[in-house]
Design a protein. Structure first.
Length: 239
């Protein structure tokens, strides 16, 4: 073999070796490939499954569900906290990538995380694996991994949903007694039992149905009644 052919042969070997190690490096995945690195950038989250869709979007600093309802910010914060602290338990073997991805595409949930309409992360979230050590999670342009959160949640599917009620702020009314200035109770069946409670100069007063002041009344009972207007929420909506 002459020197020219020898040089060409060496160049080919070096190029093939470099390509091999480059592919090996690209095939290695870590927790960093799955996490949301900077949650402060996130302003939109879209969740999709079986033709259902929920959009969570930050509007003027407040999270909104499907452009219509105030979101429960604690649930959104939990989602961001969990997905910024994912741990890779193990990558799924190349031999099982296609079959597991096919299952996740059929039964899993698509989650898209945006910043100013730029896709930060695109996920397909699957079920727990057979040993329940973590969920199958596919990240766009990456391999499938088994991930968990080291105790934050057992099953990632527990903190996401395509039901808008899951994400909505269910609080209807929440005022303590010091914030309530006036309450009027109208008894339709017996007007004489109607009354008004009002707060003036940090003092509670009680009026009867003709707006005459009642001097002797049970202040403890009034305080207890006013406490009923705290943390009033709904559990479900009848349709």
């Amino acid at each position: 073999m002459n020197k020219r052919n020898t040089l060409i042969f060496i160049v080919i070997i070096l190029a093939a070796t470099a390509l091999y190690f480059a592919n090996e490096k690209n095939s290695v995945i870590t927790s960093q490939d799955f996490i949301i690195k900077d949650t402060s950038l996130v302003d939109k989250i879209v969740l999709e499954k079986e033709n259902q869709l929920v959009k969570l979007e930050k509007v003027e600093g407040k999270w909104v569900v499907n452009d219509a309802f105030q979101a429960n910010k604690s649930l959104v914060r939990r989602f961001l906290r969990v997905f910024s602290n994912l741990n890779l338990v193990a990558p799924v073997s190349n031999n099982y990538q296609d079959s597991i991805l096919e299952i996740i595409e059929k039964t899993g949930m698509k989650i898209s995380v945006y910043s100013d309409n730029y896709l930060l992360k695109g996920y397909l979230l699957g079920d727990l694996n057979t040993t329940k050590s973590g969920n199958y999670l596919y990240v766009s342009d990456e391999r499938i991994g088994i991930v968990n959160t080291s105790g934050l949640v057992n099953d990632l599917k527990d903190i996401v949903s395509v039901d808008n009620l899951f994400w909505r702020n269910r609080m209807i009314f929440n005022k303590n007694s010091g914030q309530i200035v006036r309450i009027t109770h109208l008894n339709i069946k017996n007007n004489e039992k109607s009354y008004t409670i009002y707060l003036k100069n940090d003092e509670l007063s009680l009026l009867n149905n003709t707006n005459e002041q009642i001097k002797n009344f049970n202040k403890i009972a009034i305080d207890r009644y006013l406490s009923y207007f705290q943390n009033i929420g709904f559990k479900q909506i009848e349709t």
